[in-house]
Design a protein around this ligand. Structure first.
Ligand code: ACM
Length: 653
């Protein structure tokens, strides 16, 4: 009753400003940097073109969605039905034949609109009707994602919310992606994530129009996919000792510690994940990482290494197995490499790849190839004999020999071979697709040599890196702030753009123990990467983007998806004055924030000193505490920085 009254008043108010005067081409970031709390158009990724008009579409209590009766559209209509009914309490039905009652119309173009391609859409919101048009079902799905982002944030709720005006602003959107490969890699090997968690991750990624889920399925810490005929891979290779702390430096597990932590996907699980993803227009790229990162396979079948030995190997539980002190490739303390000189390795991989090819319909299989240590190969007589027989001059060529044989196996199953950029050192044919991770330069080089390339450089796209200072973030060896992620240009001018398929962000999970932390690491940087691969490069604008991100923080709060607030944490820089005094400089990643601080151990708030110039700590101070505010509202976390830590940092420079 109350809801009807509110609607009635709202209709009256909107009647006072009739018509739909097209205002102008609007940047989608009308949320207004001046007042980020004001709701506005805040679509992420930024569409190609947005034109806003006067007026609103008011969601009726009985909504009819009209859509073609196609199986590929079932998920799109189900998604709209769920979002538009659960929070609103409206009754939402779907019809397949055209009729005047339809409030939302999904239309597949009879004649293709070439500008839109396979994934583009046009979204039109008028006071009477919402229409999404596309050439292909994927476009309608993406149009539906944008449409939901036009409704109030409460539309994300999993339960009914009262007192909200369920309206969407009148708008015309034309939108299509910059790039066809918009990937997120989820490492399910270092920590295992259940089938339900993988689906949850997919639900979150499609909101931002990602279309590739790269699953890293095998590594030193676990083998995650059932392979018929190789039962030990999942009986033994999927399990390790459960440990928490700083991964990589755990104490070596004792012989009696239970190896009951981990898990794997059965082939039915994989089919279910692949189908779930496909219904949401996501292709799943499987990765089996070889010849390095292969300890889980070797534990299961030790004869696959150049240094076999019964009972010698254990699935890694996070203890140190590599020495990185001399850089890449690392020195393996335990042999975690498959043996390129052993024919059994190729028949093993043939079995694995045959089944992977059958389970995953996507045209590529990723075969790893990164960070393969050579120290055990160097000592192996079998490798020496192989080098002589095949005239291989060095270990790069040994790995190259291995990769070329694997590429042949992959191609014999009707798939395309993809690997990390190290494989370029083995002189691969241009038919090998490359995922560039050690910066952009290998991807640029590969594109010039006519390799297909996906850019996923550590500099911009590594989601396992810390998002702010180590004193607030779970410790990782490197950092990547949101603003840096947003600078990602997957097609730099020096690359041959014809060969750059797209870009990808990678979530490695050594330090990610659960799905909530996986979400925390992915968002908001995943929004920055999504915009970098979808939106026109010339439309990217940091302030505009961040204003939209803040709107999305509120949406994710309601959707109960975790994200990192690290962007609000101030940045500490230290130096020494001429007389060796410690000087502390604070700055913020985003504009319009105030930093308040204390040196007296108490918790600062906005009644404390505001940071305006460089600080020198009082003589005996032990702690600098800081917090950021926007106006009267705290937005950052309380950061507790020991002066001792700042002293150490200042001497390191
Ligand atoms: C990688 O990050 N080792 C591909």
């Amino acid at each position: 009753m109350q809801k009807t009254l509110i609607l009635f008043i709202f209709v009256l108010l909107s009647l006072q400003s009739p018509g739909q005067t097209a205002l102008s081409e609007t940047s989608a970031a009308d949320p207004g940097t001046s007042n980020p709390n004001a709701p506005g158009i805040a679509i992420i990724p930024e569409p190609v073109s947005v034109s806003k008009s006067e007026g609103h579409y008011i969601l009726p209590e009985n909504l009819v969605i009209q859509a073609p009766a196609l199986p590929e559209l079932k998920q799109t209509t189900a998604f709209l039905q769920e979002r538009l009914s659960i929070p609103t309490g409206s009754f939402v039905s779907v019809v397949n034949s055209p009729g005047p009652a339809a409030g939302i119309k999904l239309v597949l173009n009879d004649k293709p609109n070439h500008t839109l391609g396979n994934e583009g859409y046009q979204l039109s919101v008028t006071p009477n009707t919402i229409t999404i048009k596309a050439n292909k079902p994927a476009g309608l799905f993406y149009g539906a994602q944008s449409l939901i982002q036009l409704f109030p944030k409460e539309i994300e709720s999993k339960e009914e919310v009262t007192g909200v005006e369920w309206t969407a602003p009148c708008i015309e959107v034309t939108d299509y992606p910059r790039l066809g490969w918009r990937g997120l890699m989820f490492d399910v090997a270092r920590h295992f994530f259940t089938k339900a968690e993988v689906k949850q991750y997919i639900d979150a990624m499609v909101r931002y129009k990602y279309n590739i889920l790269h699953l890293h399925l095998a590594d030193d810490e676990g083998w995650r996919i059932e392979i018929k005929g190789l039962p030990k891979l999942t009986e033994i290779g999927a399990w390790r000792v459960d440990k928490v702390g700083e991964f990589g430096f755990f104490s070596p597990p004792g012989p009696d510690e239970p190896r009951n932590y981990g898990g794997f996907y059965t082939q039915d699980d994989i089919r279910e994940i692949v189908q779930y993803a496909a219904e949401r227009f996501v292709n799943v790229l499987p990765e089996i990482d070889v010849p390095g990162h292969s300890l889980a396979a070797i534990v299961s079948y030790p004869e696959l290494s150049c240094t076999p030995g019964a009972d010698k190997y254990r699935v890694r539980s996070g203890e140190q197995i590599m020495d990185w002190s001399r850089g890449a490739p690392p020195i393996a303390l335990i042999d975690n490499t498959l043996c390129p000189a052993n024919e059994k390795v190729y028949s093993f991989l043939d079995t694995v790849i045959t089944q992977v090819a059958q389970l995953f319909p996507f045209e590529y299989i990723h075969m790893g190839g990164d960070e393969a240590p050579i120290n055990f190969w160097q000592k192996s007589d079998a490798i020496k004999a192989l080098m002589q027989k095949e005239n291989l001059k060095n270990m790069h060529q040994v790995q190259g020999y291995f990769e070329k044989r694997i590429q042949k196996i992959v191609e014999s199953k009707g798939k395309k071979f993809m690997a990390w950029d190290e494989v370029l050192e083995g002189d691969m044919p241009s038919s090998a697709a490359v995922m560039s991770w050690r910066g952009m330069k290998y991807g640029i080089e590969a594109s010039k040599k006519k390799h297909e390339v996906v850019m996923s450089p550590t500099d911009y796209a590594y989601l396992d890196y810390m998002q702010a200072d180590v004193i607030t973030e779970p410790k990782v060896y490197a950092s990547l702030r949101l603003s840096k992620s947003y600078q990602f240009d997957p097609v730099p001018p020096s690359a041959d753009a014809r060969y750059v398929k797209g870009g990808q962000a990678n979530l490695w999970t050594e330090q990610v123990y659960n799905i909530r932390q996986a979400e925390y690491m992915t968002w908001p940087r995943g929004m920055a990467i999504a915009e970098s691969v979808w939106s026109p490069a010339e439309k990217k604008n940091w302030n505009n983007f961040f204003a939209r991100v803040e709107q999305h923080f509120k949406r994710l709060d309601i959707a109960e998806t975790k994200y990192a607030p690290s962007v609000y944490d101030p940045i500490f820089a230290v130096s020494r004055s001429a007389d060796k005094q410690l000087i502390i400089e604070l700055s913020t990643e985003v504009e319009g924030l105030d930093i308040y601080y204390s040196f007296d151990n108490s918790f600062p708030d906005r009644f404390y000193p505001k940071y305006t110039e460089k600080l020198t700590p009082p003589k005996d101070a032990t702690t600098l505490k800081v917090i950021t505010y926007r106006g009267k509202t705290p937005v950052g976390r309380m950061m507790v920085m020991p002066i001792e830590e700042l002293n150490k940092r200042s001497w390191k420079r």
